[in-house]
Design a protein around this ligand. Structure first.
Ligand code: FAD
Length: 318
């Protein structure tokens, strides 16, 4: 059976959810071989094996923490040479997309970014993408080299599928470019205790209808009752009510949660571009003609200041 390389996104050995989703998709294409790099790489093996990795290639070196992405590209290229995989899957984070693009260039392959689904095909993996501000869904496949595909978070379910997960260390020789750009400092963002926006299973967003920074506490309370991340429309961000890191849309982040709740958001095309692939969409808007109602699964026509607190209270009782 063909092997499929899966790049592991982890923090000191704790595997992030998008990687486990990649393992689900990789199993449709062949046998997943995970590549874990940096501090704690070997500690990822048990989790990866529980989710279907037949092999875990690991390598730790200070370069992974001290320099930007090139050392990781060197390692993934080494893994590609060692395994000759049928495809390389990488999570669609900003870093993941840079790694994937550099790798594709190095190995002379085509690349597909931001896939939302993957299926095995007679001529290689077929990726589904949501394009043109989510107006179209396309299916495509790489026609040159080993397909390199980045996949958006929440594109597949995390499934337990125990496998051998044999740990092997990867032989990596860093290229000259690897140490070209050194990281000079890191400033950790203050934690809100909420899940990361792009990885959250539920996102609760607020728009201009929230009418003020102080009123975002209503949105946050609903989010907290559901264990959700908080998003915002550009109108709310531009007004200074919520940070740009939480903006959803064309010039913000792209989310694809199981549930997206839009509150006081009209549904402009640029906002839809960032949330239209959500599995279930709910909107609360006092205007029955708001375009957001064209794409929702459930819509509530009403004042968010009445509806959202009631919803929060109801959820808390369950
Ligand atoms: P509005 O369009 O003003 O809608 C507010 C809604 O709230 C209305 O439907 C109203 O009925 C409802 N409302 C008001 N009061 C209440 C209440 N009390 N209860 C319930 N409902 C209420 N936008 C993004 O979001 N993300 C992007 O990344 C983005 N990128 C852009 C890029 C470009 C190049 C451009 C040109 C625009 C971009 N925009 C983006 C802006 C986008 O076009 C819209 O202007 C923006 O999404 C509108 O935000 P909104 O829905 O919060 O505000």
């Amino acid at each position: 059976m063909a092997e499929v390389l899966v790049y592991v996104d982890h923090v000191d050995g704790a595997v992030r959810k998008p990687t486990l989703e990649l393992l689900t998709l990789a199993r449709r294409l062949g046998e997943p071989v995970a590549v874990a790099l940096g501090n704690g790489a070997a500690d990822t093996a048990a989790t990866l094996a529980e989710h279907g990795a037949v092999k875990v290639l690991t390598h730790d070196a200070p370069e992974y923490a001290e320099y930007l992405v090139v050392p990781k590209v060197d390692a993934l290229q080494a893994a590609h040479e060692q395994v000759s995989p049928a495809a390389v899957l990488v999570p669609s984070s900003a870093e993941g997309k840079e790694i994937a693009a550099r790798l594709a260039l190095r190995i002379g392959s085509g690349i597909i970014t931001d896939a939302v689904d993957l299926q095995a095909g007679a001529e290689g993996p077929v990726a589904t993408q949501s394009v043109f501000a989510a107006s179209y869904t396309t299916k495509s496949r790489v026609s040159k080299g080993t397909p390199v595909i980045t996949v958006k978070p929440n594109s597949a379910a995390v499934e337990a599928a125990p496998a051998a997960g044999a740990v092997e260390s990867l032989n990596v020789t860093f290229s000259e470019q690897a140490t070209g750009t050194k990281i000079t400092g890191r400033t950790p963002r203050e934690s809100t205790g909420r899940p990361e926006l792009t990885e959250a299973a539920i996102v609760v967003s607020g728009g201009r209808g929230v009418n003020g920074a102080e009123n975002f506490s209503i949105i946050e309370a609903l989010a907290d009752s559901l264990g959700a991340a908080v998003g915002a429309s550009r109108a709310a961000v531009d007004a200074g009510w919520y940070p740009h890191t939480n903006q959803v849309g064309q010039t913000g982040k792209s989310v694809s949660p199981q549930l997206y709740i839009a509150n006081g958001i009209s549904g402009a095309i640029q906002h839809r571009a960032g949330m239209q692939t959500s599995k279930t969409i709910v909107a609360v808007n006092k205007d029955p003609e708001a375009p957001i109602f064209d794409l929702v699964d459930y819509g509530v026509v009403g004042d968010l200041f009445e509806v959202v607190p009631q919803l929060t209270e109801e959820i808390k009782t369950r």
